[in-house]
Design a protein around this ligand. Structure first.
Ligand code: ATP
Ligand code: MG
Length: 409
């Protein structure tokens, strides 16, 4: 048997990027031979194995053919006769279809190296269209390598457009989509992921609620960029520049969905968009089965981001309600993430990227003030049950009044 490094490891070495996980392809071997060498099979009937020591993935060279809708609709054929070239042609992009032996001899039948130099994400063959996930993968790679000057080849974008129109994207499972979406959001330029999806018509299928924001105006005084879609992309861009975690990036993407529901006669104002957007945020959350922390933060940021921006003007009682809604006493981290998302929202406006955001410190201070209220003295006074809860709230309100006065002084 011959063993080759394939895919991302080869691509990233040639790009001079750090290689994290290595995928291997094995030519000329049978399942029995792999098992005899101590490799552990990954699935019952899939020719992929884990190395007994390194845990890295070794796949038998295989060919694939589409036999139905979705990813389940694939039949593959793995045998010792399948050649390296045959295995490489079933892959998505030319730059992902290079292999290298242990002497670093490159096998590059589909000119991945040429496309690396041309900075092009280009599909290998029309078989690209057999797996709709590739639309998301290409958009993700575009987000990752935009900084190096990569873009999607026009003919690949055209194929992605056809795939998006065909209805095949709807066959993707939530799990496969979320894996791509979450990885793409963590790339250096996550806004490029959304842009590419929009360009090929996939955004309209996957997240029509986000797609609908393009062409919706906002008041120029607050939003010099005017367009809500453009604003959303800038917020995402800021979130990546500030190295925010996935929860914050997800919340940034969804925070203004309500603006897509505003009747045109109300433009450019968006009255109560925060509340109107919640059902859309919920729908997107559920469509992709986003993890609980992402779902929660997106809903909270959707509902309260305007409160965040107006923090310094909020009445102490409103401030208290905000802190209670976030349960800042037990969930301090989540409130920090809310503050971060609000700040990214404020910075994601044309020409205002560098403006300071004093609301952040103010909100932190308010949370601290409310947190310093001690429960023990109230217990000693004999408060119990719901009355204790009310007493704590009263004390917190007092603390917030004092905090606001001190901050104003
Ligand atoms: P990353 O750095 O994100 O891991 P990668 O290129 O290694 O990038 P993997 O998902 O690890 O991506 O897949 C390894 C290789 O398998 C890819 O380079 C590609 O050749 C092939 N591949 C993976 N998923 C698909 C797919 N859905 N369709 C076609 N080829 C795929
Ligand atoms: Mg990989």
């Amino acid at each position: 048997m011959q063993i080759y490094k394939v895919g991302g490891a080869v691509r990233d070495r040639l790009l001079g990027k750090p290689v994290t996980d290595i995928d291997w392809v094995v030519v000329g071997a049978t399942t029995e031979e792999m098992l005899a060498k101590g490799f552990r099979p990954v699935g019952a009937d899939f020719p992929v194995f884990l190395h007994p020591k390194s845990g890295e993935e070794y796949a038998l060279a295989r060919t694939e053919r589409k036999s139905g809708r979705g990813y389940g609709g694939f039949t593959f054929h793995a045998s010792p006769e399948v050649t390296l070239e045959e295995d490489l042609i079933r892959r998505d992009l030319t730059i992902n279809a290079m292999a290298e032996d242990d002497q670093q001899n490159l096998t590059d039948p589909y000119h991945g190296q040429r496309d690396l130099e041309a900075r092009l994400l280009r599909h290998i063959s029309p078989a690209f269209a057999e797996d709709p996930l590739r639309v998301l993968r290409v958009a993700r790679f575009a987000a990752r390598y935009a900084g190096l000057g990569f873009s999607v080849a026009p003919e690949t974008l055209e194929l992605m457009r056809q795939l998006s129109e065909s209805g095949e994207l709807e066959a993707l499972t939530a799990e496969r989509s979320w894996k791509e979406i979450s990885r793409a959001l963590m790339e250096d330029q996550p806004q490029v992921f959304i842009e590419v999806l929009r360009e090929c018509g996939a955004l309209k299928v996957l997240m029509p609620e986000v797609d609908a924001l393009f062409g919706v105006p906002q008041p120029e005084a607050h939003h010099p960029e005017i367009d809500t879609g453009v604003h959303t992309l800038s917020v995402l861009e800021q979130a990546a520049k500030h190295k925010q975690p996935l929860t914050v990036r997800w919340a940034c993407l969804l925070h203004d969905l309500g603006k897509g529901l505003t009747p045109e006669e109300e433009w450019p104002r968006h009255i109560a968009h925060e509340h109107k957007g919640l059902k859309l945020i919920k729908a997107v959350n559920e469509r992709f089965k986003a993890p609980k922390d992402c779902q929660e933060l997106a809903l909270l940021v959707g509902e309260y981001h305007t409160h965040g921006h107006r923090a310094l003007e909020l009445k102490p009682s409103t401030l208290l309600e905000l802190l209670q809604s976030f349960d800042v006493y037990r969930r301090p981290q989540r409130f920090e993430e809310f503050i971060a998302a609000c700040e990214m929202d404020a910075r994601g406006r044309k020409g205002l990227e560098q403006r300071s955001y004093p609301q952040a410190e103010y909100l932190r201070g308010a949370a601290n003030a409310a947190r310093t209220v001690a429960v023990q003295p109230l217990l000693e006074k004999g408060f119990k049950g719901p009355e204790l809860g009310e007493a704590i709230k009263r004390e917190r309100l007092k603390a917030l009044k004092a905090y606001k006065e001190a901050a104003a002084a």
